[in-house]
Design a protein around this ligand. Sequence first.
Ligand SMILES: NC(=O)c1ccc[n+]([C@@H]2O[C@H](COP(=O)([O-])OP(=O)(O)OC[C@H]3O[C@@H](n4cnc5c(N)ncnc54)[C@H](O)[C@@H]3O)[C@@H](O)[C@H]2O)c1
Length: 271
Amino acid sequence: MRLKNRVAIVTGGGGGLGEGISMCLAREGAHVVVSDLKLELAEKVAAKVKELGVKAMAIRTDVRKPDECKEMVDVTIKEMGRLDILVANAGVDGLPTGDATASPLIEDIEEEDWDLVVDVNLKGVFMCNRAVAPYFKEKKSGRIINIASVAGRQGVDFLAPYAATKAGVISFSQSVALQMAPYHVNVNTVCPGIIWTPMWERLASFASTSLPDFGGAPPEDVYSLVVQSMIPFKKDQTPTDIGNAVVFLASDDASEITGQALNVCGGMRMN
Ligand SMILES: NC(=O)c1ccc[n+]([C@@H]2O[C@H](COP(=O)([O-])OP(=O)(O)OC[C@H]3O[C@@H](n4cnc5c(N)ncnc54)[C@H](O)[C@@H]3O)[C@@H](O)[C@H]2O)c1
């Protein structure tokens, strides 16, 4: 119960890592506002969170839209009475939309695919951080945890736009940490490794059809191969592994930690 009665917002909370993070926060006693572009997904997760005996609500938010991010914060404070923790988790993979066999080469990347991944992953984090900053500054406390990726630590050949946004999230979070330090607001980043979520299902299908190295292998085999070849622990991570790291950074145990990026990746990256 390290987060008893604190109130958290989790963006992109309607599935995958967002669901795991929401459940971990709730298990530690936090009330959770599950925010997602898809309201029906957020509602399903909010119902599961409530079963743990804390308050939960679902809200539809497109993190690209400043008005919707502000509304997410305002509604949370109005309905829950306070806000203590922001987890900016919403993200997209940045793979070519439409044609599943499209090339990920720089010369073939479409401008609209670049814009989408930058808008959601980088501008979306900015919008959510901006929306909570005045409130956290005024109450002189708060925790911001932005979800980046190990792809932000080192480029990935077939995910160039995605990796660029995640490196941006790490850097942006450090700047926000410096700005918020005088107000006792801790701002950190979690860099997950490889987790089987709808995002990785898409990545594995894409790799299978578009990357010759995988020769059309079934997506599950592609995933296994990537995990085995890239992760020293020889196993993937789970949404709960990421949720546990978020809980730690949101808790009083992490009061002296700010501006850090924590890899949760079985040793896949050590920088
Ligand atoms: N799965 C992994 O292996 C992995 C690894 C490293 C980092 N991450 C990061 O973790 C986060 C969650 O990833 P995931 O695997 O759960 O992905 P996912 O695709 O399974 O879930 C992402 C969620 O974000 C929501 N979303 C998409 N666009 C949005 C928008 N504009 N506004 C609000 N919500 C939006 C989706 O509806 C979805 O519920 C992402 O930031 C991702 O980059 C994932």
